[in-house]
Every structure is written in C-alpha cells, then in structure tokens.
Write a protein that binds this ligand. Structure first.
Ligand SMILES: [Zn+2]
Length: 191
C-alpha cells in the first residue's frame, strides 16, 4: 500500500468495494483535498488514444489525464451518487482537484460523483455499491416486504369475511372435514 504523508488529511484504507480514500482529519466544506494527476493524454495522438483504463479522467474532447499512476492517490477515491466531494475540473490548466462539498469527519470515506458516462459504462452493469444506492435498495426491499405483508393480510381479511379461506386455512379446514366430525355429521363411517 502506498505511503501516505501524515500531514495530509487522508489515508488509503479498506472500503466495501476494495480500497478507498478516508479522511484522517476534519475537512471543511470547500477545501481542496487532493489533486487527481497523471500523464496528460492527447486524443489526437493515436498511441494516446489507444490507452484504456478505468482511471482516465477526461478534461475535454482532446485532453485526458491518465490517473492510473501509483502516486496518484486520488485514484483510490470511490464513486458515490451522494458524495461528500466533487471534482473541480480545470481544462485550461489541465488539472483536476477533488474538493469537499460537505464537512468531512475523520474516518469518513471521501467520494465524488464519477459522472454519467462512467456510471453507465462501469457501475450500472454491476449495480452501484455506494452507500446511497445500498440504502435505496434496502428501502425498496423493505417496502416490497411491507407491501407483500399488507396484501397477504388483506387477502386473509377478505377471505374471512367471504367465508372462504386463504390456501393455508383452507387446507386446515379440509383436514377437519375429512376427520371424525365430518363423517359423523353425514352419518357415514370413515374408511
Ligand atoms: Zn450509487
């Protein structure tokens, strides 16, 4: 793991999806946290245009930062759909900075929104694992569970009212009818 200098407000650490960048000191909203850097690629140079990795940061139609270099610790920052930082893109300077958009507490994972293109290409196919999406999925699952329970309860109420029963109670009743009470009522012995 790359060494992190102690005067920096972050360190590389384990996250849910592998490695991530975590705050080690309080970071105030608006603070420039780290620079996203690497060789500048020119799309007009065929050899540059052929380079493909998931750390490419497009500045504009022509210039792209290849952030896959080891020293670029900003490459550890994971995507979030509800992030605490953002990328401050400066195409003219060919620089990108990651800046806090909320107050970040020590221990918090730092993340920013990678943007629609990245999301579509890399995250949508496997399902976004960010906290916001995980929470959303959890909520949807809970809602679906609650809805199923509601429907079941309503069906049972309806069945009771109509004198018919839901499959489970029907089975129970059937058992009873096939039993002694039923046979006796009909004056017939059970086989
Ligand atoms: Zn997400």
């Amino acid at each position: 793991m790359p060494a992190t200098s102690s005067n920096k407000p972050y360190r590389v650490g384990r996250s849910k999806t592998g490695l991530g960048l975590f705050a080690t000191k309080p970071i105030k909203k608006g603070t420039r946290i780290i620079r996203y850097f690497g060789p500048i690629l020119d799309s007009r140079i065929p050899a540059h245009d052929e380079i493909e990795n998931k750390y490419l940061f497009e500045l504009n139609g022509r210039w792209t930062i290849d952030g896959s270099v080891r020293k670029n610790l900003a490459r550890y920052i994971n995507h979030s759909c509800r992030p605490n930082a953002e990328s401050d893109v400066r195409p003219r300077e060919r620089k990108v900075f990651i800046r806090a958009i909320r107050n970040i507490e020590p221990g918090d994972e730092i993340n920013y929104d990678y943007g629609t293109d990245y999301f579509k290409a890399y995250l949508k196919p496997i399902g976004c694992k960010c906290d916001s999406c995980e929470k959303k999925r959890k909520k949807l699952r809970a809602e679906a569970r609650a809805e199923r329970a509601k429907v079941k309860a309503r069906d049972e109420r309806k069945a009771k009212k109509a004198g018919t029963t839901s499959p489970k109670t029907k089975a129970a009743k059937k058992k009873k009818l096939n039993g002694h009470a039923f046979a006796k009522a009909n004056g017939r012995a059970r086989v």
